[in-house]
Design a binder for this molecule. Sequence first.
Ligand code: S3P
Length: 169
Amino acid sequence: MSEAGGPLVVLVGPMGVGKSTVGELLAARLNVPYRDTDADIVEAEGRPIAEIFVDEGEAHFRELERQAVRAALAAHPGVLALGGGAVMDDGTRAALAGLPVVYLSMKVTEAIKRVGLNTARPLLAVNPRQQWKQLMESRRHLYTEVAHAVVETDDRTPEEVAQAVLDAL
Ligand code: S3P
């Protein structure tokens, strides 16, 4: 499943797809720790992600994220979830090569249903319906590029998704 010392599974996919919920379930099933690079960044920076976006911009956040992903890949032996936009960075995608990466996917309509249009997430601040569509369409091929397996999440419970991830590994 993984190289010595690295994660057993890395979850990627759009925000709201359930990476944390499914990741925690998987970690419990596999009896390994769960880690999430968004949380690592918030802890290291001592402020929320939305604030990093506003104060220093998305490019700076992607740099912090690349470092957080590299550090977690080197040291985290369990289940690792990445932020929804991590795959946009070339260096982050390169770091994922050959690892057990699973792309949790969903339709745009499902994303809007799950997260809603009224959200504090920085990338959905303006015209959220259009932003959702644009974000998901522009990133789908990047998730597919890094993924070892794709697991559809529409019409599935988190437990069913976790089982599908285990089956796909
Ligand atoms: C982002 C997704 C977020 C977080 C940041 C940017 C994105 O992570 O990293 O707000 O670009 O899609 P989640 O997918 O965990 O919400």
